[in-house]
Design a protein around this ligand. Structure first.
Ligand SMILES: Cc1cc2nc3c(=O)[nH]c(=O)nc-3n(C[C@H](O)[C@H](O)[C@H](O)COP(=O)(O)O)c2cc1C
Length: 237
């Protein structure tokens, strides 16, 4: 399915110019290539602040995925912080003069056949995801329209709030709704915490290390995404 998405049709769908097409070589990798080698899991950090708590949590989550199968799983963290992702393009509105659109380069990485898992991380902003996260998920509508290019990739969500119960669970569920619309395989944090996803508390000074429970959910989510991505049976104990 993913292999039927050609570089040319992808570029057209994304509404990006030929100049950006050079960055889309990854599209030429198809699922059959993935079958013979390792797999990749990507984390997308949707905070406007580069390297802060959401990125930190995703880095821990990606570490946990690699621990499941160090020789098989490769990871990459993509931070949207310094990128331009105009959400209005999802509604068919052309790129406005003076605006830049980096979505195509990110999307090209996600649709690669080797990518079997995608972790979305977002801060909690007023009880839900950031506008950057929503714009990114809205733009992924183009991938749905192109034969569900994200279908069957495993999806997990990390939400970081400034307080312990600041809306992390609702935020996770809102992101999960968008992933379900992509026909992705949505999972939560695995055992022993085993709920909707990674719920993290920035306990001050942009530090999540004090949040032992939250960091536990981050690790359990990473492990769970890796296990399902590798099509492994769930642990029996
Ligand atoms: C506009 C805004 C709204 C926020 N709303 C919430 C909220 O509703 N609940 C919460 O727990 N934290 C809230 N926060 C705090 C952030 O979620 C928290 O600082 C988070 O760690 C930021 O992620 P980052 O370090 O990756 O940027 C808000 C922060 C901002 C800037």
């Amino acid at each position: 399915m993913q292999s039927s998405l050609t570089r040319r049709t992808f570029v057209q769908t994304m509404g990006i110019g030929a100049g950006a097409a050079a960055g889309l070589a990854a599209l030429q990798a198809d699922a059959s290539e993935a079958a013979g080698g390792g797999i990749k899991i990507i984390g997308v950090a949707c905070s406007p602040r580069r390297g802060k708590t959401t990125a930190q949590a995703l880095a821990i989550c990606l570490d946990a995925t690699r621990e499941v199968a160090p020789d098989t799983i490769e990871t990459e963290l993509i931070e949207l912080a310094d990128l331009e992702i105009p959400g209005y393009i999802a509604a068919g509105i052309p790129l406005k003069p003076g605006h830049k659109d980096d979505f195509g380069d990110v999307a090209a990485k996600l649709v690669d056949g080797r990518v079997r898992g995608i972790l979305i991380g977002t801060p909690v902003y007023f009880g839900s995801m950031t506008s950057l996260c929503k714009a990114f998920l809205d733009r992924c509508f183009a991938l749905r329209a192109r034969k569900f290019a994200l279908a069957n990739k495993v999806g997990g969500v990390v939400a970081v709030g400034g307080v312990r119960n600041g809306g992390q669970e609702l935020t996770i569920q809102c992101v999960q709704s968008a992933l379900l619309c992509q026909e992705m395989i949505v999972v939560g944090d695995g055992r022993p915490t085993c709920h909707t996803g990674a719920t993290v508390w920035n306990s001050g000074n942009d530090d999540i290390s004090q949040d032992e429970f939250g960091v536990g959910t981050v690790k359990n989510l990473g492990r769970r995404v890796a296990e399902v991505a590798l099509n492994r049976a769930a642990p029996s104990a």
